[in-house]
Design a protein around this ligand. Structure first.
Ligand SMILES: [Zn+2]
Length: 70
């Protein structure tokens, strides 16, 4: 898979999903090694304009940190 933004190489990543209550539920997305863009089908599908309280990038970084701590 290649990045839609820069055509770079994208790698698969997994995150714990904090938007749902189900414990242990994980979502997977794609991150561009070149520009750092993240493509996440699940979050993209469930994204709601009224729910957007912080930039997606920050949310993704926080999710990754939590995964690493766990
Ligand atoms: Zn890219």
């Amino acid at each position: 898979m290649t990045c839609q933004r820069c055509d770079g190489l994208m790698v698969r990543e997994q995150y714990d999903n904090l938007e749902f209550d189900s414990a242990g539920y994980e979502i997977s997305g794609w991150r561009c090694l070149n520009c750092g863009a993240i493509v996440d089908p699940v979050i993209a599908t469930h994204r709601q304009p009224a729910h957007k309280t912080e930039p997606d990038q920050l949310l993704k970084q926080r999710l990754k940190k939590l995964v690493m701590v766990a």
